[in-house]
Design a binder for this molecule. Sequence first.
Ligand SMILES: Nc1nc2c(ncn2[C@@H]2O[C@H](COP(=O)(O)OP(=O)(O)OP(=O)(O)O)[C@@H](O)[C@H]2O)c(=O)[nH]1
Ligand SMILES: [Mg+2]
Length: 199
Amino acid sequence: MKTPARFVISAAEPSQFPPPTLPELAVVGRSNVGKSSLINALVGQDGLARTSRTPGRTRLINWFEIAAQPPFFVVDLPGYGYAEVSQAMRESWRPLIETYLANRTSLAGVLLLVDVRRGAQDEELDFVPWLDEREIPVVVALTKADKLAKNKRMVEVQKVRRALDLRRDPFAVSTLSGEGVDPLWRTLVGVVTKRVAPV
Ligand SMILES: Nc1nc2c(ncn2[C@@H]2O[C@H](COP(=O)(O)OP(=O)(O)OP(=O)(O)O)[C@@H](O)[C@H]2O)c(=O)[nH]1
Ligand SMILES: [Mg+2]
């Protein structure tokens, strides 16, 4: 499935955020979990969001305009939890991300990504209740599903569902095989355009 999409702007601080003219979906997760790759797969455009083998590639907040009907923004947030960046760099990320998530009036939902092989860790266990308190709808997807055999993957899906106390199974997706990408995209479009209840 291909959806026309274009890069809008990168921001290192709130004064650079674009005006909140469209509803938006923020993609959040540990560094290297596959956020940028999945954004490309969801819209069917390789190279839209920059990906890398090196964790910590996305250091700015990047906005993409999705020309769906109705249109919305997808926001690629810098990954958290990458140990090898400097302490100062790590400390600058959290306030940037939290400021964005807590204050962005046009935020329609969050796509939280978790590596299928790592499962939910402290950051995710903290983050889901933090979003709940602010009534920000969250959709959870397990990335790199191709790295686990199907039976093991199903066990992980249930583990993450229980750990994060989700109302439905998290999606399992792979940008290599394409598995799960279209159903996830349909759900996200529904959440962002308020056509379906959050999960
Ligand atoms: N096997 C496999 N590898 C993947 C998948 N998705 C992403 N990757 C790889 O994981 C690495 C990181 O992908 P990115 O999309 O750059 O991850 P990111 O979360 O945007 O990383 P940061 O911007 O550094 O936070 C790259 O080497 C990708 O090729 C997947 O579904 N399967
Ligand atoms: Mg990235």
